[in-house]
Write a protein that binds this ligand. Structure first.
Ligand code: SF4
Length: 317
């Protein structure tokens, strides 16, 4: 399934996910990635799925929601990789416009120096760009980019985009202990945010099983310091997302196994949330047991909590 959810999100409300990239094609291989290590690293854009097929699936999803008297706040491009690698991203956004659901794209921003990528994103309503580091050394350590990418071009591309984009632009910074949570790193990031002036700067910590087991979330103290540094230097509104917030409102159709697999491929789900959903659907846990037994789903313990993640291409982590 290319279209999944909706999944609840603090930033976007109920958002229908669009998985417009096959697993796991990305221009980065972030150490904290919840999907696992990147096995298809690329920085050139390709056509992956047909925009018409994505629209048909989106239409079905909207009909299912309507039948349950529910609504979606956003279509969000949050795939198994980097959404702007899709050559058809702009076309798909335009085809989805008539459904009158706002459009969000969560991008690592690595291709924003390309004019066609900027043009594609111009038609979205909400764009989130990642800025995990504003110095090259830290960027290489945390995001492990494609070898041909140039950090300076990317940062300039984000600034240029921020000047012409009329929708809501936010930034996302994942803070990993000992990697990019030092004051000097945050100061550089804050200086970059001062140039971009996003509507909000989100500071996150890894809250789901990361690609690399050494990854630890930044401490509460580092987060507090980061918030005050970013506010002081950039005068931008800052919000922290620690993953401890309640996640309710996942939407399951009657195809529960398919729903679990499509959501857990991009968004590992905590056991307690999954159990509550199964209960709501009056389904017992045998669905989960079967998926794990067949090797399509894996369970992981992260920070003392069990998560379920889809095995997209065997074990990616
Ligand atoms: S976190 Fe996003 S940008 Fe980083 S490797 Fe995963 S999919 Fe790619």
């Amino acid at each position: 399934m290319i279209v999944y959810g909706p999944i609840p999100s603090r930033r976007l409300g109920q958002s229908i996910g669009i998985n417009n990239i096959p697993p796991k094609v990305c221009s980065y291989s972030c150490i904290y990635c919840q999907i696992g290590r990147t096995n298809k690293m690329q920085m050139s854009r390709h056509a992956f799925y047909r925009p018409d097929d994505i629209c048909s699936e989106a239409e079905v999803k909207l009909r299912q929601l309507k039948a349950e008297n529910r609504q979606a706040d956003y279509f969000s491009f949050v795939p198994d990789g980097e959404p702007t690698l899709d050559l058809n991203l702009g076309k798909t956004i335009m085809l989805l416009k008539p459904y009158r659901v706002k459009m969000a794209v969560i991008t690592n921003a690595s291709l924003l120096w390309m004019d066609d990528v900027k043009e594609d994103l111009m038609n979205a309503d909400w764009v989130s760009v990642s800025i995990d580091a504003a110095d090259e050394g830290t960027w290489r350590k945390i995001d492990r980019p494609h070898g041909m990418l140039n950090h300076h071009d990317i940062l300039n591309g984000i600034v240029e985009f921020s000047k012409s984009f009329h929708g809501t632009l936010v930034t996302e910074t994942m803070l990993v202990e000992g990697v990019n949570d030092q004051e000097a790193c945050i100061e550089r990031i804050a200086e970059q945010m001062a140039l971009i002036q996003p509507q909000k700067a989100y500071l996150l910590v890894p809250s789901r099983p990361p690609a690399e087991s050494f990854v630890k979330r930044a401490s509460a103290d580092s987060l507090r310091k980061a918030v005050s540094i970013v506010r002081a230097i950039s005068a931008v509104d800052v919000e922290c997302i620690t993953g401890d917030e309640a996640e309710e409102g996942f939407f399951f159709t009657d195809e529960i196994s398919d729903d679990i697999l499509s959501i857990a491929s991009v968004h590992p789900i905590r056991e307690d949330i999954l159990n509550a959903l199964l209960q709501k659907k009056r389904t017992d846990k045998s669905v989960l047991t079967e998926l794990v037994k067949s090797g399509r789903l894996s369970d992981f313990i992260y920070e003392g909590k069990r998560f379920y993640k889809t095995n997209i291409l065997g074990d990616l982590s």
